[in-house]
Structures are given as structure tokens and as C-alpha cells.
Design a protein around this ligand. Structure first.
Ligand code: FAD
Ligand code: NAP
Length: 472
């Protein structure tokens, strides 16, 4: 029997299990599937973990989530076509769920898709994957940490799907003076709770999602001052701010240049006494378990030219990577990718065969690369991932019983347009707005004033989320 290994049971791995489970549910031939997951449960990054540094299993901590994180994009843009939020919660809910509510939705999707827990080897860390050219098999060596004594074992597979995520191993650049800086230095990977920085002056390095969200969180939970320092430049090479309208108490400055004790001097020559520096400098793709011959080496880009159709290894066609691109689209794209990987494994599709969009236009790998090479704006980025998702859905049939893929991605792209506009209007309150579900057409409610993202510090569990638009 054909054997398939899935490494990682976060949102991407869950969609891969669901794709194979669909074969079982339809009474079709399904390979033997073994899932390796180093945590004790499914959910990936959405499982909050207070630990930093080394995890209980002795390997580097996977978790990068903080306690009071809320979705930074509308839920309507990540909704699974075959499982709406309305179906999950039984009623319309607000557009920007807190972490626990989003996690609950992912768990609901897993249950709805009958994700088979018997396939999953929990608490099991994949240490090594090698491919044998003669037998054409992969050997996976993994450590089971569920007993006090670690158990190492090896198994052979015909296909391997890697869904281990790529937001866990931090990029930690050197900055002049950091070595001698007297305050706390850390990466956003280790950030767990903003309340620890109450009344402090904190520097946040970077200008992307972690930088903007940590700055907002620090302000929300009472930091005295937050300085976002970054290297954003205009076309003439001059430093320029991001253009977001921050609350008083948050400001942007040119990238820090030197440090002396607690004092930091910025690129504009200004100096500030600072309690902590948080590097929001992103993450690197990290596959220590893959043998050199099959290792994926890539950057965090919206399309991965290193893979066929952003999925299949160029070194080995039986090795697949899910969701390794940088992301505007998330869960619905992850699922469509998982179904595509499944159909490659089942021999129903090949990556050298172009996909087609709903209008019948062919989309080969090179066409996506041309689109990728010409991207200039955020709209180009989500346009690319939308077209990709549309083609994947059409090729695999994933979600097409619920909605036409073209209509689906057009709706999502329009919602991203609205979200961008709201964020640029006021980055401190965009989460208080509402969008309509593309699947059900239902307009989401808005939270009440007391439950606005900025006003409400401590309530963010599932029950709160279900009621945050209701006056008590
Ligand atoms: P992960 O969630 O990282 O899951 C990977 C799984 O693989 C984990 O369960 C891990 O334990 C397992 N694993 C890793 N290595 C091994 C190994 N060697 N052996 C066995 N198992 C292994 N996306 C959104 O859509 N909305 C958001 O609001 C949002 N917020 C985010 C906030 C932060 C701080 C970060 C870092 C990311 C955020 N994301 C968000 C993006 C996030 O990456 C995705 O939502 C999603 O978690 C990706 O799923 P994944 O399964 O690909 O990876
Ligand atoms: P990212 O998007 O890769 O951004 C990395 C940032 O680091 C960029 O601004 C980059 O600047 C900067 N950087 C890297 N090296 C630098 C250097 N040497 N000097 C100065 N700046 C440097 O990573 P991220 O912001 O951590 O986001 C990762 C993922 O987490 C995203 O998917 C995001 O959506 C998610 N996230 C979500 C939330 C939420 O609210 N739900 C919160 C946090 C993160 P340049 O652009 O100049 O290279």
C-alpha cells in the first residue's frame, strides 16, 4: 500500500488530513497516512504556549503567538469555503476574532472534516528525512516524547508532505551596540504578553505585521512610549514613515544606529532612554530534518519559484510543501493546496500540466512566476494568491459545491481592498469594522463600543467573542 507522511498538524497539516479523509468518506482508495506532530494536540501556532527558548521536548519552541493576539485580517478572507464561521458559531459573529476564537474555528473545521486522530503520532518530533534513490522511498526518523524515556523510530514512505510552518525560527540581525545594550533584547517570537511592559519605553524594530501589532498591543496595555524603528525608503532612497496614523505615544523613527547603556540613537540623530528592544524582524524557513539533497532553501515570498506550482519539490517530485509562501490568503488557500497535493499523489494531476481558471484560461507555473515578478502593490500580492486559489479549487473541486471559485476570490480580494483602506484610515481601530461573508453573504456585526479592540483588554475567550456585538 502507498504510504504518505504528513509532518505537522497545524492548520496546513489539518487540511492535508482532511483532503485524504475525504477519499475515505467517499469510499475511494486512500493511501496509508501517518501524521507526525511534535505537540500533544492539533492546531499549530494557534496553541498558545507560555514557554520560550527550549520546549518540553528539548527542541526549539515552535510557538510565536502571544496571549492577547487577535486576527489581523478579516475572518471573511480566510474562511473555508466548505465550512463557514456562521456554520461553526451558529450565528453571525464579528470580523476580527481573538486568538482563542480563531483556534476554535480551526478545530471546528477539523471536526467537520472528520480529521482522524488515529492517524496522528502526537508528541513526536521528526528529526530526519532521507530519500533512497534505489528504493525510491523516504525514511523518516522521529522521536516520540510522550513517555519519560524518548523513543526513536524509523519508517518508510512513498510521499512526504511538509507542513511545519515557517513562522517559528526568528531572523535575528546584528545591530551596532546591541552587544552592550543594558536593557532587554528579544525577538517577537518570544513575546507573550504586552502587560509586562506597562510604563516602559519600548523600541520595536521592523515595519511589517509583527511590528505594527506589537506596537499597538504595547500601547493598549499601558507602555509609556513605543518607538517603531525601521528602514522603509522611498524611490529616491530617503527614509519614510509607513503612513499609518498611530495613537499619541507611538511614533516611527529611522532605523536605530547605535546604543550606549540604555540610550539608543536613531537614524535621524535623536536619542531615547529605552527599557526594551523587540526585534520584529521576521522568520526564516527552517527544515533541519530534511536531508541536504531534498532541503528547501527559500525566502519568505508570495510565490515560491523554488517549487513546482509553489508546492512540489524540484529535487524530488514525491516531496510536497504546504503554505510555505508569505501569506495574504491563509486557510482557504492552505486547504486548496492540500487537495492539490493529494491529487498529485493520487496521480490525478501533474504540476507540468497547467491549471485553468474559471474562465478556462490556462495557468502554468511560468504564468504565476510572470505575475509574481511583476508585483508592485499589496493588491498584486493578494491578486496572485487569489488567482492561485481559484485555479487550485477548480483543479481539485475543493469547495466548489459551496461557491464558484472565481466569485469566492473576487469577494475576498474586494474585502482585502476594504481592509487596507480601513487600516490606512486608522490602524488603531480597523478591527472594530465589519465585512460580509463571501460564502453565506451575511454581513458580520460590529462589536459594541465597550468591546472595541482598544477598549477591551482582558476579555477574549470564545464566549466573549460570540457576544461582543451584543449589549449586555
Ligand atoms: P503552523 O501553525 O506553524 O503549524 C506547524 C505544525 O508543525 C505545528 O503544529 C508544529 O508543532 C509542527 N511541527 C513543526 N516542526 C515539526 C517537526 N520537526 N516534527 C513534528 N511536528 C513539527 N494567519 C492568519 O490567517 N491570521 C492571523 O491573524 C495570523 N496571525 C499570526 C500571528 C503570528 C504571531 C504568526 C507568527 C502567524 C500568524 N498567522 C496568521 C499565520 C500563521 O502562520 C497561520 O495562521 C498558520 O498557523 C499556519 O499554519 P501551518 O500549519 O502552516 O503552520
Ligand atoms: P515579516 O512580515 O517577514 O516582516 C519582517 C520585518 O523585519 C520587515 O519589516 C523587515 O523589513 C524587517 N527586517 C528584517 N531584517 C531587518 C534588518 N536587518 N533591519 C531592519 N529591519 C529588518 O514578519 P512578521 O512581521 O513577523 O510577520 C510574520 C507573520 O506573522 C505574518 O504572516 C503576519 O501576518 C503574522 N502576524 C500576525 C499578527 C496578528 O495580529 N494576527 C501579529 C504578528 C504577526 P524590510 O521590509 O525592510 O525588509
Amino acid at each position: 500500500m502507498v504510504r504518505v507522511a504528513i509532518i505537522g498538524a497545524g492548520p496546513s497539516g489539518i487540511t492535508a488530513i482532511a483532503a485524504f479523509q475525504e477519499l475515505v468518506s467517499k469510499g475511494l482508495e486512500c493511501p496509508e497516512v501517518v501524521v507526525y506532530e511534535r505537540q500533544g494536540e492539533i492546531g499549530g501556532l494557534w496553541n498558545y504556549n507560555w514557554r520560550t527558548g527550549t520546549d518540553v521536548d528539548g527542541f526549539g519552541c515552535h510557538a510565536s503567538m502571544y496571549k492577547h493576539l487577535w486576527s489581523n485580517g478579516p475572518k471573511e478572507c480566510l474562511e473555508f469555503p466548505d465550512y463557514s464561521f456562521e456554520q461553526h458559531y451558529g450565528e453571525a459573529t464579528c470580523s476580527y476574532p481573538p486568538r482563542l476564537a480563531l483556534r476554535d474555528y480551526i478545530m471546528g473545521y477539523a471536526k467537520h472534516s472528520q480529521v482522524n486522530h488515529d492517524w496522528i503520532r502526537f508528541n513526536t518530533y521528526v528529526k530526519n528525512v532521507v530519500f533512497d534513490e534505489e528504493s525510491k522511498k523516504f525514511t523518516i526518523t522521529a522521536v516520540d516524547n510522550s513517555e519519560q524515556e524518548q523513543q526513536e523510530s524509523s519508517d518508510e514512505f512513498d510521499h512526504v508532505i511538509v507542513s511545519t510552518g515557517h513562522f517559528s525560527v526568528p531572523v535575528m540581525p546584528e545591530f551596532a551596540g546591541l552587544h552592550d545594550y543594558a536593557g532587554l533584547v528579544m525577538h517577537s517570537h518570544d513575546f507573550r504578553a504586552a502587560e509586562s511592559y506597562k510604563d516602559q519605553t519600548v523600541v520595536v524594530v521592523g515595519k511589517s505585521y509583527s511590528a505594527e501589532d506589537l506596537a499597538s498591543q504595547l500601547y493598549k496595555y499601558g507602555a509609556k512610549k513605543v518607538i517603531i524603528t525601521h528602514r522603509n525608503k522611498d524611490d529616491s532612497g530617503n527614509w519614510q514613515p509607513t503612513g499609518f496614523h498611530w495613537s499619541e505615544g507611538i511614533e516611527e523613527r529611522a532605523l536605530m544606529a547605535s546604543m550606549d547603556g540604555h540610550n539608543i540613537t536613531f537614524g535621524d540623530g535623536s536619542t531615547e532612554k529605552v527599557d526594551a528592544v523587540i526585534l520584529c524582524t521576521g522568520y526564516k524557513h527552517w527544515f533541519p530534518f530534511l536531508d541536504k539533497a531534498i532541503k528547501l532553501t527559500c525566502k519568505n515570498t508570495m510565490w515560491l519559484p523554488e517549487l513546482n506550482m509553489s508546492i512540489q519539490s524540484k529535487q524530488n517530485p514525491n516531496l510536497y510543501f504546504l503554505s510555505m509562501q508569505d501569506q495574504f490568503y491563509t486557510y482557504n488557500m492552505f486547504a486548496a493546496m492540500a487537495y492539490y497535493a493529494r491529487d498529485l499523489i493520487m496521480g490525478k494531476l501533474t504540476t507540468d500540466q497547467p491549471m485553468t481558471d474559471v474562465d478556462g484560461k490556462p495557468w502554468a507555473d511560468k504564468d504565476f512566476i510572470t505575475l509574481y515578478n511583476n508585483m508592485k502593490t499589496d493588491a498584486d500580492n493578494y491578486g496572485l494568491q487569489g488567482k492561485y486559489t481559484e485555479c487550485l479549487m477548480k483543479a481539485t473541486g475543493y469547495g466548489t459545491q459551496a461557491i464558484c471559485p472565481k466569485k469566492f476570490v473576487e469577494g475576498i480580494n474586494k474585502t482585502f481592498d476594504d481592509w487596507e483602506e480601513l487600516k490606512h484610515h486608522n490602524i488603531m481601530d480597523y478591527r472594530d469594522h465589519a465585512h460580509a461573508s463571501i460564502i453565506t453573504g451575511t454581513m458580520s456585526p460590529k462589536p459594541t463600543k465597550t468591546n472595541n479592540w482598544l477598549n477591551n483588554k482582558w476579555e477574549d475567550d470564545i464566549q466573549f467573542y460570540k457576544n461582543m456585538h451584543k449589549h449586555q
